[in-house]
Design a protein around this ligand. Structure first.
Ligand code: SAM
Length: 318
């Protein structure tokens, strides 16, 4: 996935949408500031709103479709970008200087004008990049940057088993393995399974992962877990050209069907989606009366991706 402008992904704007049970409570806003392990500023803003409203609007939209412009307005209303103060994880460190000294040969699969920017961000994808990380061309723009993957995995710390249904080269799988007892990592592409296995070895977590090369939709019935992570392909970097990324724009799977199937594996679902995803559609997946938490990863005042949490993974502090 292209996370354009991405240096770190530790800043988050979090929007929590509670259901009717909480409706009595007046809308609240709360801000938190914490520093993560690499000293990157993390700030969280929470906004409360009824998911029923979103689901109803989505239903209405299906009856009388809005233009993409209307949808973009809705999205812009909701995006609250509040941070600009952040640093690259490496900036100014000795490690960075040492890396700069070593002249690196750009691997063939990323040695193209359009892909060069991913090479320059390789340590944001994998901090242990130089220790033997392997990626194919698709993975260069598909991997979840490490800071985002780490943040999501840390939220799953209490989970014993996590399914990563679209594991790719292992960006999320590795972080889940570092935080949970066991990970079941599925990918339809055997080449990705080989890459993910290698990359897990680099992080020393290969023994905690069961890799399955299969269509997730076909094997889901055989899986059970405490949480399931969904990062389906976004259809390449072109998603950035769209004003609004609708769930129907996912190239390989039917999003609603995928979500339904994922819920048979675990009630606790996490979806990693493009920053321009139609948020009303995302919210409506939760179903009327249920909760969803949408977290925006922000860098330099720019939202770089959305992560939606469903079920018990919703931050219980609200
Ligand atoms: C966006 S990538 C995942 C990247 C991963 N989260 C990471 O950080 O490395 C999506 C992956 O889904 C895989 N995929 C596509 N359709 C699938 C399916 N039906 N079942 C399982 N995997 C699938 C692709 O091969 C691709 O590796």
């Amino acid at each position: 996935m292209d996370v354009d402008g991405m240096n770190v992904a530790a800043e988050a704007v979090v929007e929590i949408v509670p259901g009717p049970a909480k409706e009595q409570r007046p809308p609240q806003k709360r801000r938190e500031r914490v520093r993560n392990s690499i000293g990157v500023l993390v700030e969280t803003l929470r906004i409360f709103e009824a998911v029923r409203e979103a689901a109803e609007e989505e239903e209405q939209k299906e009856q009388s479709p809005k233009t993409s412009e209307d949808e973009a307005e809705v999205i812009e209303d909701k995006v609250q970008i509040i941070l600009s103060d952040s640093t690259s994880p490496d900036r100014g460190t000795r490690k960075r200087k040492q890396r700069k000294k070593k002249k690196k040969n750009v691997p063939e699969e990323v040695d193209h004008p359009g892909l060069h920017k991913y090479w320059t961000r390789r340590y944001q994808l994998f901090s242990k990049f130089d220790e033997g990380i392997q990626l194919d061309q698709e993975s260069w723009f598909s991997v979840t940057p490490e800071e985002i993957a780490k943040h999501v995995a840390e939220r799953c710390r209490q989970c014993d088993v996590v399914v990563d249904a679209f594991c790719g080269a292992g960006g999320n799988t590795i972080q889940f393995a570092l935080n949970c007892r066991r990970v079941i990592a599925v990918d339809i592409d055997p080449a990705k399974i080989l890459l993910a296995t290698n990359n897990a070895r680099v992080y020393g977590v290969q023994d905690k992962i069961e890799f399955i090369c299969a269509d997730f939709m076909q094997v889901a019935a055989t899986l059970k877990a405490d949480a399931i992570f969904l990062s389906p392909p976004w259809g390449g970097p072109d998603y950035t050209q769209k004003q609004v990324f609708n769930l129907e724009d996912l190239s390989c799977v039917d999003a609603k069907e995928m979500f339904k199937v994922a819920k048979t594996v675990s009630e606790n679902v996490i979806m990693y989606m493009p920053r321009n995803t139609n948020r009303k559609q995302l919210m409506s997946l939760a179903g009327v009366g249920n909760l969803v938490e949408i977290e925006q990863s922000v860098f330099r005042s720019k939202v770089v991706a959305l992560t939606a949490y469903f079920g018990k993974l919703i931050d219980s502090n609200f």
